[in-house]
Each structure stands twice: as C-alpha cells, then as structure tokens.
Design a protein around this ligand. Structure first.
Ligand code: SF4
Length: 361
C-alpha cells in the first residue's frame, strides 16, 4: 500500500487530493475503510432519512445539464397542492423520518414565496415542530431566506454544481440570471441568516478535470459547509450538454469517482452530513449502499405523489419513479441494513458540524 501515509494525513493538499482521486484496487479499498472508520467515530453508523417532496418542476432557469430547464417543453409542468405537500409531510412524521426536504425548480415572486411560507407554518403547526425542514428552492433574496427560516425551515441546500467559475460558465447560459458570483453570494447569505447550509457538485461532467474535483473538495472545506449532496452527472437527452456525451467517462467510472469524493470528504470534514444520492443508485442498484460504506450518512426517500414523479427528471433513468412512498422507504431500509448501518428513526440528525460551530468550539 503506497498511499497509506496520505490517507492518514490531517490536512490534504491539492496534490494529495489528486493522488487520492486516482486510487485503485487495494489502495482504494483502504480509502473507503478509513472513511467508514471516520464516519463510525465522528457521526456514528446511523443513517438519517429526509423525506423528499418535489414541490414543483416549474423553473425560471435554463441550466444546460438539467431536464426540467425552462426551455425543455417535453414535461408537463406541475405544482403540488398544499394538501399534497402536507399529506407527504405527515407521512414522514407518522413514519418517524424526523426531517423533510422541500425541493423545486427555481421560482421567485410573491405567489411562490408566500406559498412556501404558508406551508412551512402549517407543517410546523401540524407536527408540533417535530419535523426539521430543509429547503432546496434555489437563489432567493435575503429577505425571503429570512422569512422562510422564521416560518419553520432549519436547513438550506443550494448546490454550487461546480466550484470552478470557468466551468460554471460553460454549463449555464451567459446571462445575468446564471451567475456563479450570485450563487456563491447566496451561500454566504444563507450562512449569515442562520441556516444549516448544504451544497454539492456534479461529478464526471464534460470539460471537468480531476483538478476541478480536487478544487471542489477544497471549496467545501474553505466554505466550512454543514451538509453535502453530490453525485455522478448523468446526461439527459433533452439538454444542450447532451451534445458532449462522447466526452464522458463510462457511468461506472463516474460512480466510482463520486464514491471517492464522498470518502475523501468524510475524512476531510469528519462531522458533516453527506448524502447517498439517488444519482448513485441510477448507475448501480447498490449505489446508495456503496455510498454509505464510503462515509455517507443521509438518505432522501422520495415522497412526491407518484403521479408527478415522472415529471421531475433532472436526468434520465432516475430510479424509483414507479415506487410509492411505502416501497421507496422499504428499499432504502434494505440499503441501510445491507450496509450494516442503523436507521436514525425519530432523530433530526442535524449536522454535528453546525452544532459545534454554533457552540463556538
Ligand atoms: S438545475 Fe435547478 S435551477 Fe437549473 S434548470 Fe434545473 S431545476 Fe432549474
């Protein structure tokens, strides 16, 4: 084992990260083993559920990689009713998930922001504030972030997607509506507002180098993020980026690279929450289990009503779109137990990293 010394280091340099991202065979297994040991020691072998509610597939943006971008006219657009959102939240509460995520394409305007505020208040009231709520609703004004926090949200997930501003430009239209600087600024505002802040990246994109991925890891560390959701980029045929599919790594390689990112990040940021994402499961039916064994500790069972699931496809072949909430939960329970972890039923599972920072430790 040539690279044992690097794995044991307290602080990885960019050169270290490049070596770790290229590990294979026995060396790679050693990386995964180390990440799992760090997870066991710092956050425990426990996985927390966040019931995912895909509130609306309407989006004002046109990201070149995304299936629900506004220019894609092939999807029927939907927004859940308040009753549908509340029913899904109550399902999570009854089943002791302890947390939900409300996600949507990016929308602004009073109708949208008021609806979210109303839902947050209603869910908090009906569950006696026993559910912790993560929002994943894109770039909003500081005032909106604050209103939603006051209405009952605790966490916010805003993926930076790629931390290299040059690469970000290639993946988005060159207008004022898709600015890297804006997105980064929003992450800082979310932190200042008081949320537990999550971000994430896509792995295996066209034009992306291993150096970019190493920089993404450094970005997470420098921002001192509380939660990360990252996974393999999976091409969607109705997007402009599909044109570059011949430049992509095979899917299994993109998954392996994603698992390496999870493992390295777990070693770098020991007490954050890291999601085992659905995109990993798209490539391998054991993808989520493999992510748990590489250091992930959060899963997001999809509670969106079945009739809408096919309309929220950011990428193709998303798994579980034919499964109702019960089946989704059962599959994820199996994944967790197969990985040798337990399920943190009835526990918020807030990132320890956040608690520690706020306790001034
Ligand atoms: S990635 Fe998000 S903001 Fe971009 S088009 Fe898709 S849903 Fe909209």
């Amino acid at each position: 084992m040539q690279n044992a010394g690097i794995i044991e280091k307290e602080h990885f340099t960019k050169e270290d990260l490049l070596i770790l991202l290229s590990l294979q065979g026995e060396d790679l297994q050693m990386l995964y083993d180390k990440a799992l040991a760090v997870k066991a020691q710092y956050v425990g072998r426990k996985v927390y559920f966040r019931g995912l509610i895909e509130y609306s597939n309407l989006c004002s943006k046109n990201c070149y990689y995304c299936g629900i971008r506004c220019r894609n006219k092939k999807y029927a657009r939907y927004t859940l009713t308040d009753e549908e959102v509340i029913e899904a939240a109550l399902y999570a509460h009854r089943n002791r998930f302890a947390s939900i995520v409300i996600q949507s394409g990016e929308q602004t305007g009073n109708k949208f922001t008021d609806a979210i505020e109303r839902l947050l208040k209603e869910i908090s009231r009906l569950t006696n504030k026993e559910l912790h709520i993560t929002l994943s609703l894109g770039e909003q004004s500081e005032e909106t972030y604050r209103r939603w926090l006051e209405a009952g949200a605790q966490r916010y997930l805003l993926r930076i997607e790629v931390s290299n501003p040059g690469l970000y430009k290639k993946l988005h239209p060159g207008d004022n509506h898709h600015l890297y600087s804006e997105r980064l600024g929003k992450l800082h505002i979310l932190r200042k507002t008081g949320y537990m802040v999550g971000t994430g990246v896509m792995i295996g994109l066209p034009f992306q180098t291993t150096g970019d991925l190493a920089d993404d890891l450094v970005f997470f560390r420098d921002f001192d993020v509380d939660m990360v959701g990252m996974g393999p980029y999976i091409e969607h045929e109705d997007t402009p980026l599909y044109e570059y599919r011949d430049q992509l790594l095979p899917l299994e390689d993109r998954l392996e690279l994603s698992l390496k990112m999870v493992a390295i990040l777990r070693i770098m940021m020991k007490d954050i929450n890291i999601a085992a994402t659905t995109a990993m499961q798209t490539i391998d039916p054991h993808g989520r289990e493999r992510a748990l064994l590489a250091g992930a500790n959060v899963m997001m069972p999809n509670l969106t009503p079945l009739k809408y699931k096919q309309e929220y496809l950011l990428y193709k072949n998303k798994p579980g779109t034919q499964d109702d909430a019960e089946k989704t939960k059962a599959v994820m329970e199996q994944n967790i137990l197969a990985a040798g972890d337990e399920i943190g039923y009835g526990e918020w599972g807030d990132p320890r990293h956040f608690k520690k920072r706020n306790a001034g430790m």
